[in-house]
Design a protein around this ligand. Structure first.
Ligand code: NAP
Length: 353
């Protein structure tokens, strides 16, 4: 086993000190250095390489997420790291190994101490920025497509905010399941250049439902077999939920997995009552917490990590900021029309072990 590296100056962490949304995001964070804790039995010190700034982080910063830690708390719901040192009883991971740490938060930091059980080994040859985005969005896309509604090859999956990281993953994972995807975005610039004119993309700024219905009809016409509009993935809530419900075929399922409109879901009772359309909420954390899903969850990350490695799964990166600039990164992540995900770099990003 290679010797543990000499650890440099104390690690930094980004703390949330206030979740009052009336105060600017940047003023609710502070970057602080902390003392290193000794490792306990079974523990591993992980040096963070890169961490994503997701809509869930922004919700948590506003006190609107499903988890509301006591203030002050260390921000950050996902990231990727490298093993710095291990407790003597951890024998299957060595310093230098790339790992995906799975925990309920606290990743916007230079270092984390976690139990070996919370670490999934990753391939060090894969792009660490992609691995930093592995935990939340690819897994969400996979579960949304595989585990929430009975789907047949040839079925259509409708998704709004289709240029989001989840949307990109849904699009990349669907073909292997024989599913077709209708992608709804709110602006023309969100349609990838290579998909310009593709009927599987609908630009719908109004959200009133008529553009979506017409778009779905066009996409079906253009495909060899019409297929059933069976599942709608809603990242927005508000009017968008109703537009999706109205566009689905009878018996279809709307899964609300995001709340980015900030509005209550406006659902047409007619579609729910007379056409058997059902609506359900989804949160990956709750799904994983259900013992019935443990077996699926175990193999999920290695399988998705392998797809990142081959490039079959790939999410756009907009910008990467140093951990010290977390406030700037958070403000950038809150902007509309980003080119891709905003990420943070931890101290171990460019430090050789
Ligand atoms: N339930 C779960 O377990 C779970 C897990 C992961 C993610 N999510 C949710 O999934 C959604 C996408 O997350 P992500 O990380 O993939 O997003 P992302 O990559 O950060 O992209 C955000 C997307 O949302 C679009 N958007 C934001 N507000 C909008 C609005 N009012 N109307 C239409 N489009 C809007 C943006 O469009 P523009 O480019 O036009 O600005 C952009 O495409 C979020 O709601 C997130 O909370 C849920």
């Amino acid at each position: 086993m290679p010797p543990a590296p000499t650890l440099p100056h104390p690690p930094r962490q980004v703390e949330v000190i206030d979740t009052d949304p009336s105060r600017p995001l940047g003023e609710r964070l502070r970057v602080r250095t902390v003392e290193r804790a000794p490792l306990g039995a079974g523990q591993v010190r992980v040096g963070m390489l890169a961490m994503a700034v997701n809509p869930a982080d922004l919700l948590q910063l506003d006190g609107r997420y499903g988890l509301r830690p006591t203030l002050p708390y260390v921000a950050g719901l996902e990231g990727v790291g490298v093993v710095l040192e291990t407790a003597p009883d951890v024998t299957d991971l060595a310093a230098g190994a790339r790992v995906l740490p799975l925990a309920a938060g606290g990743f916007w930091a230079d270092e984390r101490v976690l139990h070996r059980r919370a670490l999934v080994p990753l391939d060090a040859a894969t792009d660490a920025l992609q691995q930093a985005m592995l935990c939340a969005n690819p897994a969400t896309a996979w579960v949304l497509l595989r585990h929430l509604a009975p789907l047949q090859p040839g079925d259509w999956v409708l998704q709004n905010a289709a240029n989001s990281a989840v949307g990109q993953c849904v699009r990349q994972l669907a073909p292997a399941l024989g599913l077709r995807v209708l992608n709804i975005v709110r602006r023309t610039g969100a349609v990838p250049a290579e998909s310009a004119g593709d009927p599987a993309w609908v630009v719908d700024a109004s959200g009133d439902g008529s553009t979506l219905k017409a778009g779905l009809a066009r996409a079906r016409e253009a495909s060899a077999a019409p297929g059933r509009a069976a599942l709608a993935l809603d990242a927005l809530g508000g009017q968008a939920s109703g537009a999706l419900a109205a566009a689905l075929d009878d018996g279809g399922t709307v899964v609300v997995y995001g709340l980015m409109s900030g509005e209550p879901c406006a659902l047409p009772a007619h579609d729910l009552v007379f056409r058997g359309v059902t609506v359900q909420g989804f949160w990956l954390a709750r799904w994983f917490a259900d013992p019935a899903n443990r077996a699926h969850a175990k193999g999920l990350y290695p399988a998705l990590a392998a797809q990142l490695g081959t490039g079959r799964l790939h999410m756009a990166v907009g910008a990467v900021h140093d951990l010290a600039d977390a406030a700037i990164a958070v403000q950038a992540a809150a902007q509309p029309a980003r080119a891709g995900k905003v990420l943070l770099r931890g101290a171990w990003w460019d430090r050789p072990l």
